[in-house]
Ligand binder design. Sequence first.
Ligand code: UD1
Ligand code: UDP
Length: 367
Amino acid sequence: MRIIVIVGARPNFIKVGPLLPVLAAAGIEAPIAHTGQHYDTTMSDVFFSDLDIAPPSWLLGVGSGTHAVQTGTAMMRLEELFAAERPDGIMVVGDVNSTLAGALAAAKLQIPVIHLEAGLRSGDMSMPEEVNRLVTDQLSAMLLAPTEDAVANLGREGVEAGRVHFVGNIMAEALLRNLQRAEGREACGQHGLTAGEYVLATIHRPENTDHPERLTHVVAALAEAPLAVLMPVHPRTRPALAEAGVGEGTPNIQLVDPVGYLDMLALQRDAAAIVTDSGGVQEESCMLRTPCVTVRRNTERWVTLPPPTGVGSNRLVQAHRDDILKGLAEALTSSRDWQLPPLWDDRVSGRVVEALEKGIVPLGGCE
Ligand code: UD1
Ligand code: UDP
């Protein structure tokens, strides 16, 4: 079996990291096509080295642009590649524009689409990722779900149960396979911080970065946090901070470039609490037992929210100074003994292989 694995953005690289060697061991050929959606060394190369991922077989150089330009350019380049290579299937991961582009290009060539991290839903169609998730899942022949709520969402949307495989969370496996490698890392010390005495923050969602009033509230809250704040800054966020006239030089907040995966694991492990709008960080903080505050209107990571919705590692707050500070105070005093969600373990890749070995059933048609 030969499957082309499409990656493009930071979380994609991390998600395929643990899977590729397991596919290879099972005799499944899985060359990588990198769309080039993310291209800075700190947003791309560092993950290939940190996670020991083989270099991509194809670099498509798509780069940045509006949603249509980025998705369309990726589709054109992937279509050409798929038509020439005719793989048995293609795998897309997560919910970024490269995911949607891969699914659309392959579906039109009648090449089966396998979606890793299928079925997550925020219910918020103003999020580009929600559009990407919905369309990708409708086009997928095999849907690999990370959580029970993702399986239920797909059922509600009419996806045939036989296509859906509850494999667990690949981010959990990536973390478990790499945590030991992050063991000796004094990532916080490099920034003059002490383990347990700082808050880690990451903000990159357009709902926060592209609304100066919300970004100003986030920065105001972090500036008043009871502990020092370390903030690795996504390239989308840098200019937004500057435009909003906030950030640089703000007391209590240390802005740094994006960090590599192993440093990020160490920073999350050692933080007293995390403030984020990242999908992956909501999951990793749960695994690492570091309480999380998510600054968003909603989340597709329901499973991390307080009971009865989820396990209680995370709380959702609005992008308002008072809400964020209240959430942070609660996180800093909360217990860390939540249960981990089912199948958030180090055997997710093995379950993906089992699903593939059962066979991919192409979507029906008249030909
Ligand atoms: C994308 C995903 C988002 C994901 C995030 C992970 C979509 C719609 N969004 O958002 O779901 O959470 O990746 O980090 O796919 N830039 C650089 N260097 C880079 C990459 C980006 O400078 O290597 C800058 C460019 O100015 C670009 C902007 O960041 O316009 C946004 O990049 P883009 O890939 O369009 O979206 P993200 O915000 O990164
Ligand atoms: N991450 C990282 N360095 C950083 C910020 C994030 O390695 O400076 C990792 C993080 O640990 C997680 C992934 O990137 O594994 C999440 O990606 P991001 O927040 O960009 O996207 P999302 O998960 O929101 O789609």
